[in-house]
Design a protein around this ligand. Sequence first.
Ligand SMILES: *[C@@H]1O[C@H](CO)[C@@H](O)[C@H](O)[C@H]1NC(C)=O
Ligand SMILES: *[C@@H]1O[C@H](CO)[C@@H](O)[C@H](O)[C@H]1NC(C)=O
Length: 242
Amino acid sequence: MSILDTAITSAILYLVFLQDYCISNDSECLTLDISITQKVEYEGFHRDIKWLVEILHPSKESWLSLSCNLALRLDISSGMFVNPDEVADLKRMGKLLTYVDGNVDVEAAAHEATEHSIYVYLNNSQIDKLSVKLPVHLRYQRSQITGGYGKIPLAKPSLLTWCPANDTKICGRGLKVEAPCDAEALTLCVWKNQTYQALFDEVELFVPVGDLDDYPLVSIVTLLLGCAGCIYILSVLSTAPL
Ligand SMILES: *[C@@H]1O[C@H](CO)[C@@H](O)[C@H](O)[C@H]1NC(C)=O
Ligand SMILES: *[C@@H]1O[C@H](CO)[C@@H](O)[C@H](O)[C@H]1NC(C)=O
């Protein structure tokens, strides 16, 4: 009996120890609470995606003291693209630090295009309320006899965190994502895919579908209207008193 008692006692002690260890391990990690709002501006082929990222916990001071990095990753479906030249200009002006992962053919129509991703690196010094504006372009859709509108799904961005200091752990089981450390993309870092409060719904963007069957008719009408305009202007000029 005494052997059984000892076994039970040590099992209980072991469980208590295990529990304590887990609890203390959990309290060492940092609870990060971030919300993201998303808005898509403009109609037609050019859109601006606006994100407002807010750190609700911890406070700005303690977040800055940890010097962790935040980035958004958007997976861009074949119906859309970011223009590499445009985002390179924004990077040069210091307005938006990004890295485009994948080849982007800005001319391709939706059915010929490939997907790519963009990483947007958030500026740590304005971290409690960060707004980001990313210009995207919708691609021409394969023409249909009926014309009308095509629907392009816009994915939710992934929020990535990376804390260079080894002793800073963020709570939660985010999956690891290997991604460039910064917009220069010289080295890869292991980021954590962080959950966040999404204060928006997943959306679909509507894009007019070109009706290529109408193309010759449209060009002829455009040409005729152009001619008529020229004739009108010439006639006004020639009858105007000099
Ligand atoms: C980050 O924000 C600070 C404060 O507004 C600003 O001075 C700095 O230039 C910004 N850095 C980048 C890379 O945008
Ligand atoms: C991050 O996690 C979310 C939710 O689980 C998932 O939808 C998304 O694809 C992940 N992102 C990356 C880059 O792995």
